[in-house]
Design a binder for this molecule. Structure first.
Ligand code: NAG
Ligand code: NAG
Ligand code: NAG
Ligand code: NAG
Ligand code: NAG
Length: 495
């Protein structure tokens, strides 16, 4: 008995059991195929546009159009530095959009990436393959983005016996099939044997980055989920309610579908087991994860990380990295170049197994001050620059750092909420102990409103690119402006 248990432990240590998400993704679908539909010869690289059918999701009784297809744009640079790795950018857009062109934003991102790194790079679009009309939807609305996700969450919460109804399932499968497609295309056309991928995407595509890295952990060697860190969902829902006294206007679809009444229910916990990144952290042991967030995100809060960061550090042996972009909302508008630099730096340094920044921190607040203390090990590279960003919230009653808020007179509209993050190098104390260089900043607890602050470190990376990493955001005072909720008292209002 004991021996059997031990053997089981040895086999299963570090890997959660197969979940219905693994089963769904790994089940072959006879609809899977791809065709080359266009190509371009451009200075330094070629683009190949593929039309890939990933799967049939549900059937005609549930959805009007169950076949999922996707444009995949593959960028092949003339000068290839490595043939066995690739980058997959997870893109959105709708299934009625035109065939991708070299000037499209996502196509430019992967083209630039392939030129900088000398690797085949691709963007897969129509994740999800929207818009969608559900047959049991009395309004028969063509749904997109959060409206579809909220609808499928509602269907799952009503009847948890069919997990594949969750949109995360086909979204994840489509990206895994996109990797299969690029692998096959590169082998047949160039005789390159791609064995590993780095994945990245924003928002819903960021969540799909987490789940793809989980189900395909052997192939995904690096993953950068961007503006999507609501891991530990139920716990973070509480954080949102206590911080905002309601729900950000960006959660409108979830609010309207009554999803927020399900907080603390068995159904929500069932859903977490299937699609919450936290449920899959033990799959990321050998994957370089870089979590990128916006300091003024309208969906998410700066301290959402408190609910999962330590677990992620433990699961990845401390290799996980954190990047926060100041003074920008969920769209990350204007940060395209920095995202490109961060992604290409991550790819090359991980592929080449170069020394990466290793940053730890703690928040040893005392009775008068909020304190943030960051540690960089002595045997690591040191930053050539460091600074702090801090910001005050704007009004009573909310711990709210968003770029925009709901118009109180018309909650379906948003108005600007200009929280400003200010950079400073003053008052950062640098010291040494036998193991590390220590950077410490302290702020007095404000008498009014909330104060957020975090540290930023810039390291010299490969090919002249910089690696910038951040600590979590500290928020003082540590109190919350609103009472917590449970189940139906969570419905609240939109703010
Ligand atoms: C892509 O494939 C889908 C599914 O087979 C098809 O409906 C669509 O017309 C194709 N699009 C193009 C541009 O070939
Ligand atoms: C990529 O390259 C294009 C020109 O080909 C350029 O306009 C664009 O700003 C570059 N950067 C990003 C992040 O896409
Ligand atoms: C839940 O869905 C399953 C099929 O997935 C069905 O067999 C069952 O009857 C449904 N239960 C309810 C209460 O509708
Ligand atoms: C709290 O820490 C700050 C910063 O180190 C320090 O200036 C202050 O004296 C401390 N307060 C107390 C009560 O220890
Ligand atoms: C003394 C004190 O108030 N310490 C607080 C510092 O902040 C953390 C949260 O980040 C609280 O848990 C501590 O109570």
């Amino acid at each position: 008995m004991k021996l059997l248990k031990l053997i089981n432990l040895i086999f299963f240590i570090g890997l959660s059991n197969e979940t219905p998400l693994d089963d769904y993704v790994n089940t072959p679908d006879p609809h899977f195929k791809y065709d080359l539909i266009n190509s371009y010869e451009l200075p330094g690289y070629k683009l190949y546009i593929l039309n890939m059918t990933s799967q049939k999701w549900q059937d005609e009784n549930i959805v009007e159009r169950p076949i999922w297809w996707h444009y995949i744009t593959v960028s092949v640079p003339d000068k290839i530095s490595r043939q066995d790795a690739s980058f997959m950018w997870i893109g959105g857009s709708a299934n009625r959009d035109t065939i991708p062109k070299p000037t499209d934003g996502d196509v430019q991102l992967v083209s630039n990436f392939s030129l900088i790194t000398g690797t085949i790079s691709a963007v897969v679009q129509q994740i999800p393959n929207q818009p969608y009309i559900f047959n049991n939807d009395p309004d028969r609305i063509p749904r997109t983005e959060d409206s579809i996700i909220a609808w499928t969450w509602k269907l799952f919460i009503q009847n948890t016996s069919n997990p594949t109804i969750l949109l995360r399932f086909p979204m994840t499968k489509a990206v895994v099939r996109a990797m299969d497609t690029v692998e096959d295309f590169a082998l047949k056309n160039f005789n390159f044997k791609i064995k590993k991928f780095m994945n990245a995407g924003k928002s819903k595509r960021g969540w799909t980055t987490w789940t793809t890295a989980a189900v395909d952990y052997k192939r995904v060697f690096a993953a950068a989920p961007i503006v999507m860190d609501l891991a530990n969902l139920n716990s973070n829902f509480h954080n949102h309610f206590k911080s905002l006294g309601g729900w950000t206007f960006e959660f409108y679809d979830y609010y309207m579908q009554g999803i927020l009444n399900s907080i603390d229910t068995r159904e929500l916990f069932e859903m977490e087991k299937l699609i919450d990144p936290l449920s899959y952290f033990d799959r990321y042991k050998n994957t370089q994860i870089l979590v990128m967030n916006a300091a003024n995100d309208e969906f998410f809060l700066p301290d959402d990380t408190y609910a999962y960061w330590d677990s992620l550090v433990a699961a990845t042996d401390g290799t996980v990295l954190n990047r926060r972009f100041d003074n920008v909302g969920h769209s990350l508008d204007g940060k395209q170049n920095q995202i490109l630099e961060t992604l290409s730096g991550l790819f090359v340094s991980t592929y080449e197994n170069r020394l990466k920044p290793r940053l730890r921190w703690s928040r040893p607040n005392n009775s008068t001050h909020g304190i943030l203390r960051a540690f960089i090990d002595s045997n690591n590279i040191l930053p050539f620059e460091f600074k702090c960003f801090y910001a005050y919230t704007l009004k009573d009653g909310r711990r709210d750092f968003r770029r925009a808020e709901a118009d109180p007179d018309n909650p379906s509209k948003e108005i600007l909420h200009p929280v400003k993050w200010i950079p400073t190098k003053e008052n950062i104390k640098v010291s040494q102990d036998s193991h590390s260089t220590i950077y410490e900043i302290a702020f007095e607890r404000p008498e009014k409103y909330y104060l957020g602050f975090y540290l930023e470190f810039s390291f010299k990376g490969v090919n002249g690119m910089n690696n910038i990493v951040n600590t979590e955001v500290s928020i003082i005072p540590e109190t919350f402006p609103s009472d917590d909720c449970s189940r139906t008292t969570c419905n609240g209002k939109v703010v």
